[in-house]
Structure formats: structure tokens, C-alpha cells
Design a protein around this ligand. Structure first.
Ligand SMILES: C[C@H](O)[C@H](O)[C@H]1CNC2=NC(N)=NC(=O)C2=N1
Length: 98
């Protein structure tokens, strides 16, 4: 299923509103690293994101070691960024306060 990609202006606005994210060099994904107090906090965050992702049918690519979580957001069906990635950025901001 093809999903429309965000426009460059939409991506710029999203990054301006959420400077903790960076645009991957190929312009097709957003990346962020989060650090938590400990593994328990990190995994609790991942659990919340996982529940959101399953409900949204939009899944992150991520890596976790101890208190660090590296997240990459992209829409495979769009071969780039879509409104689903923007929605997940907002959802994660709500979970982390930023
Ligand atoms: C069939 C299923 O709806 C699709 O594969 C969904 C699942 N989760 C997804 N997650 C992400 N990040 N991109 C997608 O294109 C995507 N597509």
C-alpha cells in the first residue's frame, strides 16, 4: 500500500517543533537517542511505544542497550517519511515530555 510522503516543508516544521530528532542523511527517516535512568525505565518506555505502534500499525526500528534507546522512524510503504511518522513523533513527545 503506498502512503503519501511528507513534503519537505512538513518535515522541516516537524524538526523545528521537535529538535531532539534528526533527519537521516538520505532524508527518509528520523532518528533520536533517548537515555533513561536505567534499563527498567528504558524498557517501560519501549513497552508504551510498542502498544502505540501496534494500535497505529506503524512500527519503529530501534536498538536498546541498558538505559539507551535509539529510534529510527520511517514508513516502509512510502519509502520515506509519512504522517504516521509525524504522529509517532508527537506520541513519543507526549510520553517523554519532549
Ligand atoms: C501490512 C502492515 O499494515 C504494514 O506492513 C505496516 C506495518 N507497520 C509499518 N511500520 C512502518 N514503520 N512502516 C510501514 O510501512 C508499516 N506498514
Amino acid at each position: 500500500m503506498s502512503i503519501p510522503r511528507l513534503t519537505d516543508a512538513e518535515v522541516s516544521a516537524l524538526l523545528a517543533a521537535h529538535p531532539e530528532w534528526t533527519l537521516r542523511a538520505d532524508g527518509k527517516a528520523l532518528e533520536r537517542e533517548l537515555r533513561f535512568a536505567d534499563f527498567n525505565e528504558a524498557f517501560g518506555f519501549m513497552t508504551r511505544v510498542a502498544l502505540y505502534a501496534d494500535k497505529a500499525d506503524h512500527h519503529p526500528e530501534w536498538f536498546n542497550v541498558y538505559n539507551r534507546v535509539q529510534i529510527t522512524l520511517t514508513t516502509h510503504d512510502a519509502d520515506g517519511l509519512s504522517a504516521r511518522d509525524a504522529a509517532m513523533v508527537e506520541a513519543i513527545a507526549g510520553m517523554t515530555g519532549g
